[in-house]
Design a protein around this ligand. Structure first.
Ligand code: HEM
Length: 547
């Protein structure tokens, strides 16, 4: 080896030894010195009066040596010297984040993790150079309890230059924002909202009556309903998607972005590079549409009380107020959680109900016992229907909108699990909702839709003493800890109201005459996990019930 090559190899080793122990090394600190060194080297070569072609060859060969040595060192370090080296998992995953990004691209990451936990018979598997998937209910509080540090993945949601509540990692700001969001979901506020949910449900119910039991694309219909609901509850806006007049572009843009974000989220350095690039057409369009929603909402002279009433006010404790950019960024989050989470979970729950006429009958029975009037059952009555709540909980268990969950960074000093595994500090960990909630150890016969697992002998719905419920802690559709779902109270009420409303009015059946047995495996195979669940089209028949 000549001396420049030796020097380059030494430089690569030095860089590796500096950056490897440092978690989340900023991309700029790689790239800026790299470019600067190249410029200096380039000037040095020119100063030696070399020809341009000799300069180019020298630059290329030095860079190739540096990059190749760095790559080799990184591979050796990740495979043989990483503190995660003892955890089982695919070798490719240990070597590079591209393995995980590819699983995300194919929309199957959470399913792959589940298969790997089974294959390696381990509750902890390695899914990235610095990432683990954990399938253990005991680990939830240890890793997501208290003020845990959010993983790097969520930062992909601030590519447009600002944060929403779900991308924030700064605890102080998050607490203030969370209080503002929280004021929008008190019991009183949620009660006001639910009356409005009923009004929107009326429209879909009317439309389904007109369809007279003919098959309909259930996902699309519920998506329009959920969108109209959230546009009203968040911005006092009549979106009219159910009538077919509204603007579907928000939903299409969100779906497109999620597929992109799901891949880039797994590649933190790429995320940081994207931050320096201009937004594409879709990104710009979404910002324009969000600005429109925001300015229309701010221009309302007498808005109804809505979620943004609280976000537009300042935090009572710190006086902190959101900027226009902050507010605009919350719109993406509001529309995603309000539309997508509700409509996918509800569509999947209705598909499960189509396979269980007996469950539909039991819902009606419970409602009839609690309400003998005509018209829409009051929200207060629905709130106390234990079996309906069990149906909703079982739907959320089997069909969480967020299959893979959200990542946490293991705290300083690491975490010892009851499994005997030790999770080193700074590791990014994922506890996937899908993996955990479909585990027979926690929910026996987990692949079956069994609302009765949530009922105990007193008719309460905690499932205490029920042999179908082994560990309730594993039920985490809303996440866990400081960053858990901010709209849980609304989501549960909305889902319960809509289940009651539709099951009361209709017999829900599969699209084909004669019915088709509900097969979870086939249905589950069609899902795509693009951070949120993307379900395939499913035709259901809503047959109006007599009387
Ligand atoms: C089926 C219904 C829903 C489910 C299962 C669900 C679940 C989740 C999950 C898993 C998270 C991420 C938690 C984490 O990072 O650990 C989340 C975040 C969030 N959700 Fe929901 N969600 C639902 C509906 C809603 C609705 C209707 C709203 C209100 C508009 C809402 C508001 C939020 C907010 C504000 C966050 C961010 C919380 C934070 O980062 O502090 N969600 N949700």
């Amino acid at each position: 080896m000549d001396s420049p090559t030796v020097l380059t190899v030494v430089a690569a080793i030095a860089v590796q030894s500096i950056v490897s122990p440092i978690p989340e090394f900023p991309t700029e600190l790689y790239i800026v010195p790299y470019i600067m060194s190249n410029l200096l080297f380039f000037s040095y070569l020119l100063a030696r009066s070399m020809t341009y072609s000799a300069v180019l060859i020298s630059l290329l060969s030095t860079n190739a040596t540096f990059l190749l040595t760095s790559a080799l060192l990184a591979i050796v370090r990740r495979l043989f010297f990483s503190p995660l080296r003892r955890f089982p998992g695919p070798k490719l995953a240990a070597i590079s984040g591209f393995w995980n990004a590819n699983e995300a691209r194919l929309g199957r990451a959470s399913r792959t993790y589940k298969a790997l936990h089974k294959k390696y018979k381990s509750d902890v598997i390695r899914i990235g150079p610095n990432e683990l998937s954990i399938n253990n209910a005991d680990a939830i509080d240890k890793l997501y309890g208290g003020k845990y540090i959010r993983g790097t993945f969520n930062q992909v949601f601030n590519l447009a230059g600002g944060n929403n509540l779900a991308s924030l990692r700064d605890h102080e700001k998050h607490s203030a924002w969370r209080r503002m969001w929280g004021k929008g979901f008190t019991r009183t506020e949620v009660s006001h909202y639910t009356e409005r949910v009923q009004g929107h449900a009326d429209k879909t119910v009317r439309m389904l009556h007109e369809k007279a039991g003919n098959p309909v694309d259930c996902g699309k219909i519920l998506e329009a309903l959920a969108f109209d609901v959230i546009m009203d509850l968040a911005f006092s806006r009549d979106a009219r998607l159910q009538e077919g007049h509204g603007d579907r572009r928000y939903i299409e843009l969100i779906n497109g972005f999620l597929q992109f974000a799901n891949v880039v989220g797994h590649l933190p350095h790429l995320q940081q590079i994207f931050r320096y690039l201009p937004l594409n057409d879709d990104g710009r369009l979404f910002i324009n549409l969000s600005n429109l929603i925001l300015s229309d909402r701010q221009a309302l002279k007498t808005p109804r009380k809505d979620i943004f009433t609280h976000l537009l006010a300042s935090d009572h404790k710190t006086n902190f107020a959101m900027t226009q950019m902050d507010l605009q960024q919350q719109i993406f989050l509001t529309l995603v959680v309000g539309t997508h989470s509700i409509s996918t979970t509800l569509t999947q729950t209705f598909a499960a109900l189509a396979s269980r006429p007996d469950v539909q009958a039991r819902i009606r029975q419970e409602l009839n016992n609690a309400f003998d009037g005509t018209g829409v059952p009051p929200t207060e009555t629905v709130r106390h229907l234990k079996y309906v709540e069990a149906v909703v909980k079982e739907g959320l268990r089997m069909f969480p909108p967020l299959l893979g969950g959200t990542p946490a960074i293991a705290p300083k000093g690491g975490v010892a699990l009851k499994t005997g595994d030790f999770i080193p500090e700074n590791t990014q960990v994922w506890i996937s909702q899908h993996v955990l909630m479909s585990d027979d150890r926690y929910f026996p016969r987990a692949a079956e839709f069994l609302p009765e697992r949530w009922m105990d002998q007193e008719g309460e719905n905690d499932g205490k003493g029920n042999e179908l419920m082994k560990d309730r802690r594993a039920w985490i559709p809303f996440g866990y800890g400081t960053h858990a779902c901010g709209g849980r109270a609304l989501a549960l009420e909305e889902l319960k109201l809509l289940v009651v409303r539709f099951v009361r009015e209709f017999d829900i059946c599969f699209g084909q005459e004669g019915g088709q047995p509900f097969n979870l495996d086939e249905w589950a195979d069609s899902w795509k996990d693009v951070y949120l669940t993307m379900i395939q089209k499913i035709d259901l028949r809503f047959i109006p019930r007599a009387g």
